[in-house]
Design a protein around this ligand. Structure first.
Ligand SMILES: Nc1ncnc2c1ncn2[C@@H]1O[C@H](COP(=O)(O)OP(=O)(O)OP(=O)(O)O)[C@@H](O)[C@H]1O
Length: 449
């Protein structure tokens, strides 16, 4: 039975949704008139104005004609546009030759065409937002779907509008534009990876690259977390870039004790158990830690949608960019039940790679591997240990495997750690770098040369 209306909180769909969607027809007409009037106009708007942005469908056909002509280096004057539309049987759909002539007659000049293009794009974005809004309303009613999934979907839809993703995805770049961009990047040195001064390993990896998925794989206890905390610290302090650390495994206070150990040089176990003795260093260290661009997302079993959401939030809170994301580690991310395990692991890895690509940020993904062949003398890991773990090896851009001999020899004086670069799609080199690591303070040091 329907509930008595007096007993429910009033809930009215917004009446303003019946209003005419945001649009500016005069601006659309002036742009099209300007394009047919001024041979340079198309160069000024083609990068910022997409065909779908026009509210009137006839206008989008006319603009499409201009885009096609411009792309093949033909003029976009009245005659050429008319001929293109006639050749493509679109002349009647746009209102005939008179419509085109009227657009030209009404236009005085194309002097403001850039601003008009921005205006039309702005109206288009608002219409997209309304569309996404109504999709989110429908999501709200999908009570059979888990709420976290629904919220993640809603957030991703809004993000799609803010980031203009739909346009980015299908963007095709011209050789001329790409040449200019490449030249500028090379000239500025921004094609090289960011380096924190870990010479030997960065000599192999080339440094840290945006949009890259770096898998940091190791057996249990090899020091994955120490490595990632230490690298995060270097990125924040040497490069001055913000870091988000996703920690399903470790409580954030334990993780921060390690970060504090790295900052102060005081053993993490002492920080936790013998606090009073080190109070001064700890207080100073916390003072430094709160100044770091450091965020931690703690959740015992975060899905990739939740991680993506945390990344978006961190980027927004850090003012639009982030230096790196660390996820500690892959096997802590829950698999969808019932599926093939290798397939599910591959899917999660691809979803994490998408986070790196869509935000153009490096993502370091910890990965636990099983012990290799225990009968051979050499216990070093290699890429084959990942072979049965979905598509981790295929999907990642770089694979760094950690190995400490001391785990097997139990020699406490051996502080070396090997960083075995088994895959390097970004820079090409493979090889092993050896560093010194002080696990008590999560500090990684170059070997003296
Ligand atoms: N305060 C400390 N002093 C010295 N060694 C420590 C200290 N804390 C941890 N370790 C050592 O660090 C190693 C574990 O490092 P880490 O937690 O980074 O490993 P991991 O590869 O992430 O492994 P897991 O996934 O099992 O946690 C262990 O060998 C441990 O003995």
């Amino acid at each position: 039975m329907h509930p008595n209306q007096d007993n429910v909180v009033s809930f009215h769909p917004d009446r303003s949704l019946d209003n005419l969607p945001p649009q500016n027809i005069e601006a659309e007409e002036a742009i099209l008139g300007g394009i047919m009037l001024d041979p340079e106009a198309m160069t000024r708007v083609s990068d910022r104005l997409v065909v779908e942005a026009f509210y009137i469908s006839a206008h989008s056909y006319i603009y499409q004609a201009a885009v096609q002509l411009h792309a093949t280096h033909q003029p976009t004057d009245l005659l050429s546009v008319t001929a293109w539309l006639a050749d493509h049987n679109l002349l009647n759909r746009i209102g005939g030759r008179n419509k085109l002539a009227t657009l030209v007659d009404r236009t005085v000049s194309a002097v403001n065409i850039d601003a008009l293009a921005d205006l039309v794009m702005e109206k288009y974005r608002r219409r997209q937002l309304i569309k996404v809004g109504s999709e989110i309303v429908h999501l709200g009613y999908e009570t059979e779907t888990e709420l976290p999934f629904v919220l993640g979907q809603a957030e991703a839809k809004v993000f799609g509008v803010t980031q203009n993703q739909s346009d980015e995805r299908c963007k095709v770049f011209s050789a001329q534009d790409m040449g200019i961009e490449l030249f500028q990047k090379l000239e500025m040195g921004s094609m090289a990876g960011d380096k924190v001064g870990w010479y030997d390993v960065e000599n192999i990896t080339g440094g840290i690259y945006p949009s890259s998925l770096v898998v940091v794989a190791a057996e249990s206890h090899m020091g994955k977390t120490h490595f990632m905390v230490s690298y995060a610290y270097e990125i924040m302090t040497k490069l001055g870039k913000p870091v988000l650390y996703v920690t399903p495994e470790m409580d954030k206070n334990q993780l921060n004790a390690r970060m504090l150990a790295r900052i102060t040089g005081v053993d993490a176990s002492m920080i936790q158990t013998n606090t009073q003795c080190y109070w001064e260093q700890i207080a100073q260290g916390i003072g430094q830690m709160v100044e770091l661009p450091w965020k931690v997302y703690e959740h015992s079993s975060p899905t990739t949608a939740m991680i993506a959401s945390a990344v978006r939030r961190a980027i927004a809170e850090f003012g639009g960019s982030i230096g790196a994301v660390f996820i500690d580690y892959l096997q802590q991310i829950p698999l969808e039940s019932g599926g093939n395990m290798a397939f599910e692991v591959g899917k999660i890895t691809r979803q994490i790679r998408d986070i790196a690509k869509s935000h153009k940020i490096p993502v370091f993904l910890g990965c636990q591997i099983n012990r290799g062949n225990q009968t051979t003398a050499d216990k070093r890991p290699n890429r084959h240990l990942l072979r049965n773990s979905g598509e981790i090896f295929e999907v990642c851009d770089q694979l760094i495997m950690l190995y400490r001999d001391a785990v097997y020899t139990k020699d406490p004086s051996d502080r070396t750690i090997e960083l075995i670069v088994e895959k390097n799609r970004l820079y090409g080199k493979l090889g092993t770098a050896t560093m010194l690591c002080d696990l008590s303070t999560s500090k990684f040091l170059n070997l003296a040369r």
